[in-house]
Design a binder for this molecule. Structure first.
Ligand code: GDP
Ligand code: NA
Ligand code: MG
Length: 361
């Protein structure tokens, strides 16, 4: 089943390569108010520190993050991307194609610089996404999208209609029926007033692609706990409600590692929520996401196949129109593209068959 996601990523590469945008791929979009912990959740899922995080508006352009599973002996990816590469994990940006980022602190600095370049230095936002790929032997192939947080009051260079602008920007990503929405809510605010759950409900009315993530479990007032929230008794969320503990601002300043944070998260959950500990926490969130993504891809496969087939027949028509005697480069190119498309199509088909015979969950 794990084989399904690489297929989708390959498809994305093929369609990118031929400059076509015909396939809408599943992706995970993180939605929430400013400083609710969206960027922190993404970092924990990836297992590396590389995102700008902090109080106030930090994420000011969408970040489309494609995780690419790259085994240590994957020569193809390594030599194609880098010649001789001496690290196991690295990143590349679409806007700086030829630069290999081996240091994850440099990735964060590049995101900051690229944000400033397009969105200015004074809290402005820009809808143009930053595209980052991270290659690693310890990730699953996922596309995650980090978004600016929902906000109400303009600050710095933000225009009067900042709330509307961010709303439009966020809607663009969550409206996509192929996206899974991670609606982030903080444990120390009232879930019933959650903007992210409200917004996700607007676009995902029957809740088929929304998962709630409750952050800041460690910051609840003395005498309160998140039991009711986590059990879905405050607001039920069909796909689930998963509580997490990310690093605090102090932890960030102390350079606390994600590994240490994950250990502390487990300890915290076992102490504070012993009966719920195995259904919460970042590792459980990652597992749930993988499962959802696979269900989602399975549901999309029939449509995906139709689209690839349409493309094949379009190219076939084009190829036929060249006639017998024209044997130039473009014809060869078309053949290659078609070969690609049909091999992907049969992979999709095979995968669909596989999934149908495998019990999911
Ligand atoms: P974003 O604006 O939604 O992307 O939020 P960030 O990930 O940038 O986090 C905002 C602030 O909240 C940072 O200072 C984080 O350290 C802090 N934070 C996020 N999640 C948690 C959490 O679970 N517990 C604690 N104590 N702090 C958190
Ligand atoms: Na923030
Ligand atoms: Mg952020």
């Amino acid at each position: 089943m794990e084989a399904l996601i690489p297929v989708i990523n390959k498809l994305q590469d093929v369609f990118n390569a031929i400059g076509s945008d015909v396939i809408q791929l599943p992706q995970i979009v993180v939605l929430g108010t400013q400083s609710s912990g969206k960027s922190s959740v993404i970092e924990s899922l990836v297992g590396r520190s590389f995102l700008p995080r902090g109080t106030g508006i930090v994420t000011r352009r969408p970040l489309v993050l494609q995780l690419v599973y790259t085994p240590k002996d994957d020569r193809e990816n390594r030599s194609a991307e880098n010649g001789t590469l001496d690290v196991d994990e690295w990143g590349t940006f679409l806007h700086a194609k030829h630069r290999i980022f081996k240091d994850f602190n440099d990735i964060r600095r590049e995101i900051e610089a690229e944000t400033e370049r397009m969105a200015g230095a004074n809290k402005g936002i820009c809808p143009e996404p930053i595209n980052l790929k991270i290659f690693s032997p310890t990730v699953v192939n996922l596309t995650l999208i980090d978004l600016p947080g929902i906000t109400k009051v303009p600050v710095g260079d933000q225009p009067e209609d900042i709330e509307q602008q961010i709303r439009q920007l966020v809607l663009k990503y969550i409206c996509n029926p192929n996206s899974i929405i991670l609606a982030v809510v903080t444990a120390n605010t009232d879930m019933a007033t959650s903007e992210s759950l409200k917004l996700s409900k607007d676009v995902d009315t029957d809740g088929r692609r929304t998962l709630a993530v409750v952050t800041k479990l460690d910051l609840m007032d003395a005498g309160t706990d998140a039991m009711e929230i986590l059990c879905g008794r405050v607001i039920p969320v069909k796909l689930g409600i998963i509580g997490v503990v990310n690093r605090s601002q102090q932890d960030i300043m102390n350079n606390k590692t994600i590994q240490d944070a994950l250990k502390d998260e487990t300890t915290f959950l076992q102490r504070k929520y012993p009966t719920l500990a195995n259904r919460n926490g970042t590792p459980y969130l990652a597992k749930t996401l993988n499962r959802l993504l696979m269900h989602h891809i399975r549901d999309c496969l029939p449509d995906l196949k139709t689209r690839v087939n349409v493309m094949i027949s379009q190219y076939q028509t084009l190829l036929n129109s060249y006639g017998e005697d024209v044997k130039d480069k473009s014809q060869t190119l078309l053949r290659i593209i078609m070969k690609f498309a049909s091999s992907y199509c049969s992979t999709v088909e095979g995968t669909a068959r596989n999934i149908e015979t495998t019990a999911l969950c």
